[in-house]
Design a protein around this ligand. Structure first.
Ligand SMILES: NC(=O)c1ccc[n+]([C@@H]2O[C@H](COP(=O)([O-])OP(=O)(O)OC[C@H]3O[C@@H](n4cnc5c(N)ncnc54)[C@H](OP(=O)(O)O)[C@@H]3O)[C@@H](O)[C@H]2O)c1
Length: 276
C-alpha cells in the first residue's frame, strides 16, 4: 500500500519504519525537516518524498496531536482525493473526529484508531516500532467509516505486531481512555506533587517507582489531551476520589474487617486482568 504519514513524532516515525519493513511505500510530512531527511537516509521514507505525494496514497495516517491533525487537513484539503482512506492515532477522539468528519471531502472514508503503546520520551529520536508488539489496538468507528476500513486497520495492526484488537465508537473510546490512561497519568502526577518530605528520593522502592514512571510526562501532549477529554476525565476523577474517601474512612475508624474485604476485592479484580 502507498501510505502517507502526517507527523514523524515517536508514533508516526515508529509506524513509518515498521510499515516500511512490511513492504509498504511510505511518504510523510513533518513540521521540521530533520525527521524527513533522517527517515529518507535510514531508508524507510521514499526518496522522492513530497507533500503532494499525499494525493497518490491509498491511506493517510494523521499522527499529530488532535488540533494539529485538524489544522493539517484544513490547510491541505486540496490534496485529498475520493477513494482514499484516512485514519489517525490520537489519544482522544470525540471532538477531533467530529471536526474531521465534517472537513473531509465526500468519497473519502475515515475511521480512527488508538495504538495503546508509548514511552516516556517523545519525538523522532524515540521511535521504536517494537513497542507495538502485543499492545492493544482500538479501532474507533464514526459517521464516515466504511466497511473496508476495519480490514485496512486490522492489516496495519497485524503488520506492526499489535495484540488484541477492539472496535468501539468514539464516546466509548474517550470514556475508556479517561479511566485506563488519563486517570493513571493524573494519579502519577498528583503522587509526585503530594511529596512533602525531603528524603523521599532516598526512601523509594519499586512500588513508588512503578506507580510514578509515567509522571515523566510529555506535558504539551497531555495538557491538550486532558482538556479535550475534560468531562470524561473529571467524571473518572470523581469516581476515584469517592474510593479514596471510602478507604480513608475505613483507616480512620480502624474498621479492620471492611478494610481487608476492600483490599481483597481489589486484588481479585486485578488478578482477573491477567487471566483475560
Ligand atoms: N506517545 C504516546 O504514548 C502515544 C500513544 C498513543 C497515541 N499517541 C498519539 O499520537 C499522536 C502523536 O503523539 P507523539 O507522542 O508521537 O508526539 P511527539 O513524539 O511529541 O511528536 C510530536 C509531533 O507533532 C509535531 N508538532 C508539534 N507541534 C506542532 C505544531 N504546532 N504544528 C505542527 N506539528 C507539530 C512535531 O513536529 P516537530 O518534529 O517539528 O516538532 C512531531 O511531529 C498524538 O495525537 C497522541 O495522542 C501518542
Amino acid at each position: 500500500m502507498k501510505i502517507f504519514i502526517v507527523g514523524l513524532g515517536i508514533i508516526g516515525a515508529s509506524y513509518a519504519e515498521g510499515l516500511h519493513l512490511k513492504g509498504h511505500q511510505i511518504y510523510a510530512y513533518n513540521r521540521s525537516e530533520r525527521p524527513i531527511t533522517q527517515g529518507i537516509k535510514e531508508g524507510f521514507i521514499e526518496k522522492d518524498n513530497a507533500l503532494d505525494k499525499l494525493t497518490a496514497c491509498d491511506l493517510v495516517i494523521l499522527a499529530l496531536y488532535p488540533k494539529y491533525n485538524i489544522e493539517f487537513v484544513q490547510k491541505n484539503i486540496h490534496l485529498f482525493i475520493p477513494g482514499q482512506m484516512v485514519t489517525d492515532v490520537s489519544g482522544t477522539k470525540v471532538w477531533m473526529m467530529n471536526e474531521l468528519e465534517q472537513l473531509l471531502p465526500k468519497g473519502i472514508s475515515y475511521t480512527s484508531h488508538h495504538p495503546m503503546a508509548g514511552k516516556e520520551t517523545s519525538g523522532y529520536d524515540s521511535k521504536d516500532y517494537k513497542m507495538f508488539e502485543n499492545a492493544n489496538f482500538i479501532i474507533v468507528t464514526g459517521s464516515r467509516s466504511e466497511k473496508r476500513d476495519k480490514e485496512v486497520l486490522r492489516l496495519i495492526a497485524n503488520n506492526l505486531n499489535f495484540g488484541k484488537i477492539t472496535v468501539v465508537p468514539s464516546q466509548t473510546h474517550d470514556e475508556l481512555i479517561a479511566f485506563t490512561s488519563q486517570l493513571t497519568h493524573v494519579l502519577a502526577i498528583a503522587l509526585m506533587q503530594s511529596d512533602r518530605l525531603k528524603e523521599t528520593k532516598e526512601a523509594t522502592g519499586d512500588s513508588f517507582r512503578d506507580l510514578t514512571r509515567i509522571a515523566k510526562i510529555n506535558e504539551t501532549m497531555w495538557t491538550e489531551l486532558f482538556l479535550e477529554n475534560k468531562e470524561a476525565l473529571v467524571s473518572k476523577m470523581n469516581d476515584f476520589m469517592e474510593e479514596m474517601k471510602y478507604i480513608k474512612e475505613l483507616i480512620l475508624v480502624e474498621d479492620k474487617d471492611a478494610l481487608m474485604k476492600y483490599l481483597k476485592e481489589a486484588k481479585e479484580k486485578r488478578k482477573d486482568f491477567d487471566i483475560h
